[in-house]
Design a protein around this ligand. Structure first.
Ligand code: PGA
Length: 251
Protein backbone atom coordinates (compact mmCIF):
# COMPACT_ATOMS: atom_id res chain seq x y z
CA UNK A 1 0.00 0.00 0.00
CA UNK A 2 1.24 3.49 -0.89
CA UNK A 3 2.29 5.71 2.02
CA UNK A 4 -0.10 8.41 3.15
CA UNK A 5 0.92 12.04 2.63
CA UNK A 6 0.76 14.66 5.38
CA UNK A 7 1.26 18.28 4.28
CA UNK A 8 1.58 20.98 6.95
CA UNK A 9 0.72 24.54 5.92
CA UNK A 10 2.35 26.87 8.46
CA UNK A 11 0.69 29.97 6.98
CA UNK A 12 2.02 32.82 9.19
CA UNK A 13 1.81 30.84 12.44
CA UNK A 14 5.57 30.19 12.69
CA UNK A 15 7.46 33.42 12.12
CA UNK A 16 11.08 33.05 13.23
CA UNK A 17 13.99 30.79 12.20
CA UNK A 18 14.56 29.76 15.85
CA UNK A 19 10.96 28.54 16.13
CA UNK A 20 11.24 26.58 12.89
CA UNK A 21 14.51 24.95 14.02
CA UNK A 22 13.04 24.06 17.41
CA UNK A 23 10.00 22.49 15.72
CA UNK A 24 12.14 20.30 13.46
CA UNK A 25 14.49 19.25 16.28
CA UNK A 26 11.52 18.21 18.46
CA UNK A 27 9.89 16.43 15.53
CA UNK A 28 13.04 14.45 14.81
CA UNK A 29 13.42 13.55 18.48
CA UNK A 30 9.85 12.44 19.00
CA UNK A 31 9.05 10.93 15.63
CA UNK A 32 12.10 8.71 15.25
CA UNK A 33 10.11 5.58 14.54
CA UNK A 34 7.60 7.09 12.19
CA UNK A 35 8.76 6.25 8.71
CA UNK A 36 5.54 5.03 7.10
CA UNK A 37 4.25 8.46 6.07
CA UNK A 38 5.46 11.10 3.59
CA UNK A 39 5.73 14.50 5.28
CA UNK A 40 5.85 17.93 3.63
CA UNK A 41 6.04 21.26 5.50
CA UNK A 42 5.18 24.62 3.94
CA UNK A 43 6.76 27.52 5.87
CA UNK A 44 6.68 31.16 4.85
CA UNK A 45 9.20 32.17 2.17
CA UNK A 46 11.59 33.69 4.73
CA UNK A 47 11.93 30.35 6.55
CA UNK A 48 12.46 28.14 3.50
CA UNK A 49 16.28 27.90 3.58
CA UNK A 50 16.34 27.43 7.37
CA UNK A 51 13.75 24.69 7.25
CA UNK A 52 15.28 22.98 4.24
CA UNK A 53 18.65 22.83 6.02
CA UNK A 54 17.15 21.63 9.31
CA UNK A 55 14.67 19.11 7.90
CA UNK A 56 17.08 16.68 6.27
CA UNK A 57 15.82 14.21 3.70
CA UNK A 58 12.80 12.77 5.53
CA UNK A 59 10.72 15.95 5.59
CA UNK A 60 10.18 17.67 2.25
CA UNK A 61 9.67 21.43 1.98
CA UNK A 62 6.99 23.37 0.10
CA UNK A 63 6.32 26.98 -0.82
CA UNK A 64 2.90 28.28 0.27
CA UNK A 65 2.39 29.87 -3.14
CA UNK A 66 4.43 30.69 -6.23
CA UNK A 67 4.64 33.52 -8.70
CA UNK A 68 3.01 32.84 -12.07
CA UNK A 69 5.79 34.91 -13.68
CA UNK A 70 9.30 33.91 -14.65
CA UNK A 71 10.70 37.21 -15.87
CA UNK A 72 12.51 39.49 -13.46
CA UNK A 73 10.39 42.64 -13.43
CA UNK A 74 7.92 41.63 -10.70
CA UNK A 75 8.68 43.31 -7.40
CA UNK A 76 7.98 41.16 -4.37
CA UNK A 77 7.30 37.94 -6.28
CA UNK A 78 9.02 34.58 -5.64
CA UNK A 79 9.43 32.40 -8.71
CA UNK A 80 9.31 28.63 -8.91
CA UNK A 81 13.03 28.58 -9.69
CA UNK A 82 13.69 30.59 -6.51
CA UNK A 83 11.58 28.18 -4.45
CA UNK A 84 13.54 25.25 -5.79
CA UNK A 85 16.86 26.98 -5.13
CA UNK A 86 15.72 27.68 -1.54
CA UNK A 87 15.19 23.95 -0.96
CA UNK A 88 11.52 23.40 -1.84
CA UNK A 89 10.42 20.35 -3.80
CA UNK A 90 6.71 21.16 -3.51
CA UNK A 91 4.39 24.14 -3.69
CA UNK A 92 0.80 24.80 -2.60
CA UNK A 93 -1.27 26.42 -5.35
CA UNK A 94 -4.82 27.80 -5.14
CA UNK A 95 -5.17 27.88 -1.36
CA UNK A 96 -8.48 29.58 -0.58
CA UNK A 97 -6.72 32.31 1.40
CA UNK A 98 -5.05 33.34 -1.87
CA UNK A 99 -7.72 32.24 -4.35
CA UNK A 100 -10.01 34.93 -3.00
CA UNK A 101 -7.91 37.65 -4.66
CA UNK A 102 -5.81 35.83 -7.24
CA UNK A 103 -7.78 32.79 -8.38
CA UNK A 104 -7.23 33.66 -12.05
CA UNK A 105 -3.49 33.05 -11.65
CA UNK A 106 -3.83 29.37 -10.73
CA UNK A 107 -3.22 27.85 -14.22
CA UNK A 108 -0.07 29.94 -14.73
CA UNK A 109 1.13 29.05 -11.23
CA UNK A 110 0.67 25.32 -11.93
CA UNK A 111 2.57 25.73 -15.20
CA UNK A 112 5.40 27.69 -13.53
CA UNK A 113 5.72 25.08 -10.79
CA UNK A 114 5.84 22.22 -13.28
CA UNK A 115 8.38 23.97 -15.49
CA UNK A 116 10.67 24.20 -12.46
CA UNK A 117 10.04 20.56 -11.53
CA UNK A 118 8.05 21.25 -8.36
CA UNK A 119 5.26 18.96 -7.10
CA UNK A 120 1.97 20.85 -6.81
CA UNK A 121 -0.59 20.58 -4.01
CA UNK A 122 -3.61 22.00 -5.82
CA UNK A 123 -6.27 23.25 -3.40
CA UNK A 124 -9.91 23.22 -4.41
CA UNK A 125 -13.07 23.72 -2.41
CA UNK A 126 -16.33 25.59 -2.20
CA UNK A 127 -16.85 28.59 0.08
CA UNK A 128 -20.29 27.44 1.22
CA UNK A 129 -22.74 24.59 0.81
CA UNK A 130 -26.39 24.80 -0.07
CA UNK A 131 -28.91 22.02 -0.62
CA UNK A 132 -28.79 22.44 -4.42
CA UNK A 133 -25.36 20.76 -4.52
CA UNK A 134 -23.65 23.68 -6.30
CA UNK A 135 -20.41 22.80 -4.47
CA UNK A 136 -19.81 19.96 -6.93
CA UNK A 137 -19.79 22.25 -9.95
CA UNK A 138 -17.59 24.77 -8.08
CA UNK A 139 -14.97 22.08 -7.48
CA UNK A 140 -15.24 20.71 -11.04
CA UNK A 141 -14.70 24.23 -12.39
CA UNK A 142 -11.63 24.78 -10.22
CA UNK A 143 -10.11 21.46 -11.33
CA UNK A 144 -10.75 22.17 -15.01
CA UNK A 145 -9.32 25.69 -14.74
CA UNK A 146 -6.15 24.54 -12.99
CA UNK A 147 -5.44 21.37 -14.91
CA UNK A 148 -6.40 22.29 -18.44
CA UNK A 149 -4.27 25.43 -18.23
CA UNK A 150 -4.46 28.52 -20.39
CA UNK A 151 -3.52 26.58 -23.53
CA UNK A 152 -5.71 23.54 -22.90
CA UNK A 153 -2.66 21.32 -22.42
CA UNK A 154 -3.37 19.02 -19.46
CA UNK A 155 -1.14 19.39 -16.42
CA UNK A 156 -1.52 16.03 -14.74
CA UNK A 157 2.10 15.31 -13.92
CA UNK A 158 3.17 15.94 -10.36
CA UNK A 159 -0.18 17.04 -8.95
CA UNK A 160 -1.86 16.17 -5.67
CA UNK A 161 -5.37 17.55 -5.16
CA UNK A 162 -6.29 18.89 -1.71
CA UNK A 163 -10.03 19.23 -1.15
CA UNK A 164 -10.55 21.99 1.40
CA UNK A 165 -14.10 23.23 1.88
CA UNK A 166 -13.45 26.86 2.77
CA UNK A 167 -16.18 26.93 5.42
CA UNK A 168 -14.32 24.19 7.34
CA UNK A 169 -10.88 25.84 7.37
CA UNK A 170 -9.47 27.18 10.63
CA UNK A 171 -12.41 26.00 12.73
CA UNK A 172 -12.88 23.50 15.49
CA UNK A 173 -12.64 19.81 14.50
CA UNK A 174 -16.34 19.44 15.24
CA UNK A 175 -17.05 21.72 12.29
CA UNK A 176 -14.99 19.73 9.78
CA UNK A 177 -16.67 17.82 6.99
CA UNK A 178 -18.30 14.54 8.07
CA UNK A 179 -16.46 11.51 6.60
CA UNK A 180 -19.45 10.34 4.53
CA UNK A 181 -19.66 13.72 2.79
CA UNK A 182 -15.92 13.67 2.19
CA UNK A 183 -16.22 10.26 0.56
CA UNK A 184 -18.92 11.57 -1.76
CA UNK A 185 -16.75 14.52 -2.81
CA UNK A 186 -13.67 12.31 -3.28
CA UNK A 187 -15.61 10.05 -5.65
CA UNK A 188 -16.74 13.15 -7.55
CA UNK A 189 -13.19 14.57 -7.75
CA UNK A 190 -11.84 11.25 -8.97
CA UNK A 191 -14.47 11.09 -11.71
CA UNK A 192 -13.79 14.70 -12.71
CA UNK A 193 -10.04 14.04 -12.90
CA UNK A 194 -10.67 10.94 -15.03
CA UNK A 195 -12.93 12.96 -17.37
CA UNK A 196 -10.36 15.76 -17.67
CA UNK A 197 -7.16 13.78 -17.93
CA UNK A 198 -8.19 10.29 -18.99
CA UNK A 199 -8.96 7.45 -16.62
CA UNK A 200 -5.45 5.97 -16.46
CA UNK A 201 -3.95 9.28 -15.31
CA UNK A 202 -6.91 10.69 -13.38
CA UNK A 203 -7.43 7.83 -10.95
CA UNK A 204 -3.77 7.88 -9.91
CA UNK A 205 -3.82 11.47 -8.63
CA UNK A 206 -3.79 11.44 -4.80
CA UNK A 207 -6.58 13.35 -3.05
CA UNK A 208 -6.00 14.93 0.36
CA UNK A 209 -8.48 16.51 2.75
CA UNK A 210 -7.92 19.79 4.59
CA UNK A 211 -10.04 21.93 6.90
CA UNK A 212 -9.96 21.67 10.69
CA UNK A 213 -8.25 18.30 10.82
CA UNK A 214 -6.90 17.14 14.16
CA UNK A 215 -6.16 13.87 15.96
CA UNK A 216 -9.85 13.44 16.84
CA UNK A 217 -11.41 13.57 13.40
CA UNK A 218 -8.42 12.39 11.32
CA UNK A 219 -8.89 8.61 11.83
CA UNK A 220 -12.54 8.71 10.68
CA UNK A 221 -11.81 10.95 7.70
CA UNK A 222 -8.94 8.69 6.66
CA UNK A 223 -10.84 5.43 7.11
CA UNK A 224 -14.13 6.48 5.52
CA UNK A 225 -13.12 9.33 3.26
CA UNK A 226 -10.97 7.24 0.88
CA UNK A 227 -8.22 9.87 0.86
CA UNK A 228 -4.42 9.70 0.51
CA UNK A 229 -3.71 12.00 3.45
CA UNK A 230 -4.21 15.53 4.79
CA UNK A 231 -3.31 19.16 4.25
CA UNK A 232 -3.38 20.67 7.73
CA UNK A 233 -2.90 24.23 8.95
CA UNK A 234 -3.06 24.87 12.67
CA UNK A 235 -2.42 21.25 13.73
CA UNK A 236 0.89 21.29 11.80
CA UNK A 237 2.30 24.13 13.88
CA UNK A 238 2.38 22.29 17.17
CA UNK A 239 4.79 19.35 17.47
CA UNK A 240 2.56 17.04 19.54
CA UNK A 241 -0.48 17.36 17.29
CA UNK A 242 1.61 17.06 14.12
CA UNK A 243 3.31 13.88 15.34
CA UNK A 244 -0.05 12.46 16.35
CA UNK A 245 -1.28 13.05 12.80
CA UNK A 246 1.86 11.37 11.44
CA UNK A 247 1.07 8.35 13.61
CA UNK A 248 -2.54 8.25 12.42
CA UNK A 249 -1.46 8.47 8.77
CA UNK A 250 1.01 5.65 9.29
CA UNK A 251 -1.62 3.13 10.44
P1 PGA B 1 -6.67 24.30 9.22
O1 PGA B 1 -6.14 24.88 7.83
O2 PGA B 1 -6.14 22.88 9.33
O3 PGA B 1 -6.13 25.22 10.26
O4 PGA B 1 -8.17 24.31 9.14
C1 PGA B 1 -6.11 24.09 6.68
C2 PGA B 1 -5.61 24.92 5.52
O5 PGA B 1 -5.96 26.10 5.42
O6 PGA B 1 -4.84 24.40 4.67
Amino acid sequence: MKKKLLVGNWKMYIEKPEEAKRFIAACKRKAQNISGVDVVLAPSFTLLPTLAAAAGSRIKIAGQTVSPFDDAQHTGEVSAVMLKAAGAAWVIVGHSERRATEGALVPAQVAAAHNAGLMVVLCVGETERDPSGAHFSVVAGQLAQALMGANGKPAAAKVVVAYEPVWAIGKDASEALPPAELREMVIFIRKTLADLLGRAVGIKIPILYGGSVDAHNAPGLLAEGDISGFLVGRASTEVTSFIELMRICKK
